[in-house]
Design a protein around this ligand. Structure first.
Ligand SMILES: *Cc1c(COP(=O)(O)O)cnc(C)c1O
Length: 399
């Protein structure tokens, strides 16, 4: 660290050099990210609330009310009148909170995972193979056994595999509404039935799909039920910093009842509140405020239009790839297209695309090039991308 203070101009100059090295969403070559350029309004609001602390909400009553309003808004499009929850750092923290609530309740109500019990029983959670890796972190942190179940031929969770893996130690079943790799929606309704029949906590991870499925329905898309209208859904994760257009870090966990938050509450002695249920202590209010502001600014209509445009680009790309001789892993259900070429190894294809300036991601199950069609990707970018794919084919002498 430098001894003498450095002037602001010098620091900004230095920073500009580093920022230069970052990619920009507006260049249109970030094809594998679930995040996108934050809305300018959200950025402005974020900066304005940069020193608010929701870890000590008695000092920031206005910000606290805005978090409640954001939660209420999100609950409203997830069919829950009286939602409980928080704006958190992302889907990872939201899933961690859901699993923690499930574990704590199972301790209390079923004596599973109880350290004081005569015999310690390891709690188990059931997540499909396409579950996000945040569940691995949650299992590790919370000392749970992660039971990974199979997928069906369309890369949705296989219900029979879930059935077969339920046992007396199962404390949670997770359904995914918009898988990270392929954007597939699990049969949430059937999962919720299994959860009811077996009296097990049911969590829906809609980190990616939560801010588009409800609005695509408004636009007339046929989308399965995935929210609190299903009686047994205990909690839902949604990520405002993905399709919600909020700045990073904005995730959200919504619980059906207050008892889930209460199950995690610990005393917070030196603060203005008596208890805290969140994982994070000192907690920035800006993401909550920016999430509320962007939702007001977009409205249902704005999100519907946004999600529809992403789907139009998705369908266009899927069609064009098919015509160019590429193979789609599956028919896209949300705005993700995954594809392979029968004669080009996927890693090789990814490398060649990167050489041409395209930042794609590679899914691992199954292995494929994965394109997430977020709002920053426009039709003209896709035309250029397809041209690059044709170039690659001709460089490799492939028709
Ligand atoms: C992105 C994602 C997560 C993790 O969210 P972060 O915001 O990256 O922590 C969890 N689940 C699903 C389905 C996701 O797509």
């Amino acid at each position: 660290m430098n001894q003498e203070p450095l002037e602001k101009e010098k620091i900004l100059e230095e920073l500009a050099k580093f920022k230069e090295k970052d990619l920009k969403y507006s260049q249109g070559n970030i094809l594998g990210s679930m995040c996108t350029r934050a809305d300018p309004l959200a950025k402005e609001v974020f900066c304005d609330f940069i020193d608010s602390n929701l870890g000590d909400p008695g000092l920031f009553k206005g910000t606290q009310t805005l978090e409640e309003k954001a939660i209420k808004n999100i609950g409203s499009f997830l069919s829950l009148e009286e939602p409980y929850g928080n704006i958190v750092t992302g889907g990872t923290e939201a899933n961690l909170m859901a699993m923690r609530a499930a574990r704590n309740l199972a301790r209390k109500e079923k004596n599973i995972g109880n350290i004081d019990a005569d015999e310690y029983i390891v709690p188990e959670i059931i997540v499909s193979k396409s579950g996000h890796f945040s569940f691995k972190k949650a299992a590790d942190i919370l000392n749970l056994k992660l039971v990974e179940v199979d997928l069906d031929e369309n890369y949705r969770v296989d219900i029979n595999s879930v059935k077969e893996n339920i046992n007396n130690n199962t404390i949670a079943i997770v359904g995914i509404a918009g898988t990270t790799e392929l954007g597939m929606i699990d049969p949430i309704e059937e999962l919720s039935q299994l959860a009811i029949e077996n009296d097990i906590y049911f969590h829906v991870d809609a980190a990616f799909g939560g801010f588009s499925i409800p609005f695509l329905k408004d636009f007339g898309y046929e989308m399965p039920n995935f929210d609190f209208s299903l009686e047994c859904v205990c909690s839902i994760t949604v990520d405002p910093h993905k399709m919600g257009l909020a700045p990073i870090p904005s995730g959200c966990i919504i619980f059906r009842e207050k008892k889930y938050l209460d199950s995690m509450a610990v005393e917070a002695p030196y603060l203005t509140t008596k208890e805290q249920s969140t994982i994070v202590g000192t907690r920035l209010g800006a993401p909550a405020v920016a999430t509320w502001a962007i939702m007001e600014h977009m409205g249902r209509e704005g999100y519907a239009k946004n999600a529809n445009e992403c789907m139009i680009n998705t369908d266009f790309l899927a069609d064009a790839l098919f015509k160019e001789g590429f193979e789609l892993v599956t028919e896209p259900e949300l705005n993700i297209v995954a594809f392979t070429h029968p004669n080009i190894p996927t890693d090789e294809l990814a490398r060649m695309l990167e050489e041409k300036g395209w930042m794609v991601s590679v899914s691992h199950y199954p292995k494929a090039i994965r394109i997430v069609l977020m709002t920053h990707i426009k039709y003209t970018h896709l035309i250029d991308f397809l041209a690059s794919l044709r170039e690659i084919k001709s460089e490799l002498n492939i028709k």
